[in-house]
Design a protein around this ligand. Structure first.
Ligand code: CTP
Length: 470
């Protein structure tokens, strides 16, 4: 394994360990990622002895500052582009109501046992005599080969020690497209309520990593099947299920949402576009109706869904900023391109879409493309063809009319000066008429035409031109 430890810092740490007469190992995610061929800059070092004293010595030798976290018994330094964390090998036990362990010194084996998964418990020795030797007591290598997430100890103990690990198990499975060992799945099911002692921020961190994984449905299926999703994000779990009335069912909105999410994940790594996919149909359960003629309908789910977004973001401690606004907007508009694509695509409908979506038109189009999950090949082909047409028209119309960053060619001030008006109702009416005329294609998006149109409309309202120099 020596070839994987070619950074000079590893030899240096080994040398200091030899001088101090202690054993030092690189452990955890860094070792796992070597075998997954995902080079990492986060290095965890475990020493048999005091991590703090050891880090102090390494810092002195590398002439680098060390940050000490005495409460946790850990220390950290940055060296070149690496972040190196030091900890003494520990034996830990946990209290039932807290994630904070009671810590005692331990052996390497004690330390490895208390880690979350076999693939995260492998250690490489850094002392000269055994440099690069792998210690893998729980079959981490084999689990990597079999693509399996498994805990070193009885899974019930590992998860009950630190319930965040239930989320981590699912997150690693999703990021790596691994299976979770059945015993671990069972332990999540029986410990799931303990997720309540984990902070919302940390849960959401893991959730976001699941969302950003290559096939996010891998993680969401585990979240749903174990029942964790019902606790951490009940609105999404409620999408599940098909109701039948008079032999007529609707599609299962949970699995549809997962398909849309996987589809959009093929197109973008943007977390917020992926969130928009998760939330686009979130109000379907709340708006579901059965109507004798039409069957199942979800009228207004886009509007209601957009209104649900702030509460969900608040609940999950997601940022209540412009990212949330973007998600809201996409949820609100998600049906528009599809409705457009089903009909004759007129220029004015395209201009309106551009006007409403503005800078977010590409994201909206991606979401819409991802939303076509019909299994009927004929329908799918037709949608996609119309969709291409909408894309083309969007391009043409934007080139011609520049609607996406639309600024009115005539300002309220122009209107007031022209007609000698104070601020008031008329100004608003004329402004709207100009915007509508541009969107409808009655006039071009340009000042001269808009001025003429403004005068015409003002006169029709009974106003007099007092200044036509604008
Ligand atoms: N660890 C653990 N239980 C946790 C968190 C971490 O046992 N709840 C251990 C694992 O051995 C893990 C190591 O601490 O490999 C480092 O944790 P962290 O940096 O959070 O994760 P990584 O495994 O490095 O993975 P990633 O960087 O993808 O989060």
């Amino acid at each position: 394994m020596e070839e994987y430890l070619d950074e000079p810092i590893f030899k240096k740490i080994g040398q200091i360990a030899d001088e101090m007469g202690v054993s030092a190992y690189v452990i955890g995610g860094f070792v796992r990622d070597i075998f997954l061929m995902r080079p990492s800059k986060d290095i965890d070092i475990v020493v048999l002895g005091s991590g703090i004293d050891f880090a102090e010595q390494v810092g002195r030798s590398l002439k680098t500052q060390v940050a000490f976290f005495k409460n946790f018994g850990t220390a950290m330094l940055r060296y070149e582009d690496m972040e190196v964390e030091f900890v003494g090998a520990r034996k830990e036990s946990y209290r039932a109501n807290s994630r904070k362990p009671i810590v005692e010194d331990g052996t390497l084996d004690d330390d490895q046992k208390r880690r979350d998964f076999s693939i995260n418990a492998m250690a490489l020795c850094l002392n000269k005599e055994h440099f690069g030797e792998l210690t893998d007591p729980f079959g981490g290598m084999e689990d990597l080969e079999n693509r399996l997430i498994r805990t070193p100890l009885d899974a019930r103990e590992t998860f009950s020690d630190d319930p965040l690990r239930m989320m981590r198990a699912i997150r690693f499975a999703s990021q790596l497209n691994f299976r979770i060992d059945q015993a671990a799945i069972d332990a999540i099911v029986s410990n799931k309520e303990r997720i309540a002692i984990v902070s919302k921020e940390r849960i959401t961190d893991e959730l976001n990593k699941i969302i950003l994984s290559p096939i996010p449905s891998v993680g969401f299926n585990y979240l749903f099947d174990t029942g964790l999703l019902h606790i951490i994000f009940p609105q999404m779990a409620e999408l599940y299920g098909v109701e039948l009335i008079n032999g007529r069912g609707h599609k299962d909105n949970f699995y549809h949402t997962l398909e849309v999410l996987d589809n959009i994940a093929l197109q973008t790594n943007d977390l917020w576009l992926r969130w928009a996919a998760i939330l686009h149909d979130i109000a379907k359960p709340a708006t579901k109706r059965f109507e004798a003629k039409q069957g199942w309908t979800f009228h207004g789910h886009e509007d209601r869904g957009a209104r649900m977004v702030p509460k969900i973001f608040g609940q999950l401690k997601l940022p209540l900023n412009e990212k949330m606004k973007l998600v809201q907007k996409l949820v609100l508009l998600h049906l528009r391109p599809i409705v457009l694509a089903q009909d004759v695509v007129t220029d004015s409908a395209v201009r309106r879409l551009l006007f409403d979506a503005g800078e977010d038109i590409e994201g909206l189009m991606m979401l819409c493309h991802a939303d076509v999950t019909t299994k009927n090949e004929y329908k799918k082909k037709r949608y996609r063809q119309n969709f291409e047409l909408v894309q083309q028209k969007l391009k043409d119309v934007e080139e011609r009319d520049q609607i996406r960053n639309w600024q009115p060619p005539i300002t309220g001030k122009d209107i007031m000066l022209t007609f000698g008006l104070a601020e008031g109702k008329e100004v608003g009416i004329i402004k709207n008429q100009i915007r509508e005329a541009i969107l409808e294609g009655e006039i071009r998006n340009e000042r001269e035409e808009a001025l003429r149109f403004m005068i015409e409309k003002g006169v029709a309202l009974g106003l007099k031109v007092v200044d036509d120099t604008h």
